[in-house]
Design a protein around this ligand. Structure first.
Ligand code: SF4
Ligand code: SF4
Length: 292
């Protein structure tokens, strides 16, 4: 297989360009193109025990990434068809864990659990480590080139991008999905301040009930059945519960800012995914969570 060795440099216009400086020949018996443009395995003999599905890609275990041949692993588009690069990287991590366990003669399914970490975002009585609050603005429209100007030149970019300042207001609409509400039922004095201030009406203090009834009780009924409701432990004063529709909460933090007893808190969420090195070192991510 002959490879060209390139030297990369910037030309006088600053454009990255290359120049061939050498040839290298690597002797080999078989060359397998692995350029990620199509899944094609005609070169794999069909009588070696490797099962293929209806798309002619290998049957792969979704936890261990092992194929139907012990010790042979697949990931990326070759495992489950076209996905995205982030998932392909995750396949690589998970397959690496399996390969390590396979080499160590350990069970491939005996894996570390995912963990999570929650750290308060509170920095003062009204200060948070993220930009909280609720913006009532509508989504800003991105300025564009006028219609009659667009076709004057094939290279005209239609979207001009936000002006300085506009984008700052636009990012304030961020839902802060890495920040979670956290509720301590034992601190709640049932003053209803959080319910009053919630801009999307997703909170309610009520008698506990079956799920169907609870879903109807919130001011804005919780009708996304795929999203669990948050139901607190019994509140100390009346034995009722704090109910929250997680589906519409926008993590604005106003409930936590308003709460006089800090029963509501806003916490930064970090997902702890065990990787191959964690497995190799037998680090339990849940153990690290306790240490933080
Ligand atoms: S963080 Fe969620 S529950 Fe709290 S006020 Fe904002 S939208 Fe309502
Ligand atoms: S503001 Fe705090 S104390 Fe008052 S009802 Fe809400 S959680 Fe309970």
């Amino acid at each position: 297989m002959r490879f060209s060795v390139l030297d990369w440099f910037k030309d006088e216009k600053g454009k990255l360009t290359s120049k061939k400086i050498n040839d290298v020949v690597i002797p080999c018996d078989t060359v397998i193109l692995a350029i990620g443009q199509e899944n094609s395995f005609p070169w794999v003999e069909r009588d070696i025990g490797l099962e293929f599905d209806q798309w002619e890609v290998p049957v792969v275990d979704s936890v261990t990434y092992e194929s139907t041949i012990q010790g042979v692993f697949f990931g990326g588009d070759a495992a489950f068809g076209p996905q995205n690069i982030i998932e392909a990287v995750e396949h690589g991590h998970q397959a690496a864990i399996s390969i390590h366990k396979y080499c160590e003669k350990e069970s491939l399914t005996d894996r570390l659990e995912y963990g999570m970490n929650l750290i308060t975002a509170k920095m003062g009585i009204h200060e948070w480590s993220y930009s909280n609050d609720y913006g009532y603005e509508n989504r800003f429209e991105v300025p564009t080139v006028p219609m009659n100007e667009r076709f004057k030149d094939i290279n005209i970019e239609v979207e001009l991008g936000f002006e300085p300042g506009q984008f700052q207001e636009e990012v304030e609409r961020c839902l802060n999905c890495d920040i979670q509400t956290d509720f301590a039922a034992n601190l709640c004095i049932e003053c209803d301040a959080c319910i009053d201030i919630c801009p999307v009406n997703c909170l309610m203090i009520t008698d506990n009930d079956d799920e169907d009834n609870l879903r109807k009780k919130i001011k804005t009924p919780a009708d996304n059945l795929e999203q669990d409701l948050f139901v607190s432990e019994d509140l100390p004063q009346t034995g009722r519960v704090m109910l929250k529709d997680e589906d519409v909460c926008i993590h604005c933090g106003l409930c936590a800012e308003r709460c006089p007893t800090a029963a509501w808190d806003m916490k930064k969420f970090t997902l702890k995914v065990p990787y191959a090195l964690d497995e190799a070192n037998a680090i339990d991510v849940n153990a690290t969570k306790k240490a933080v």
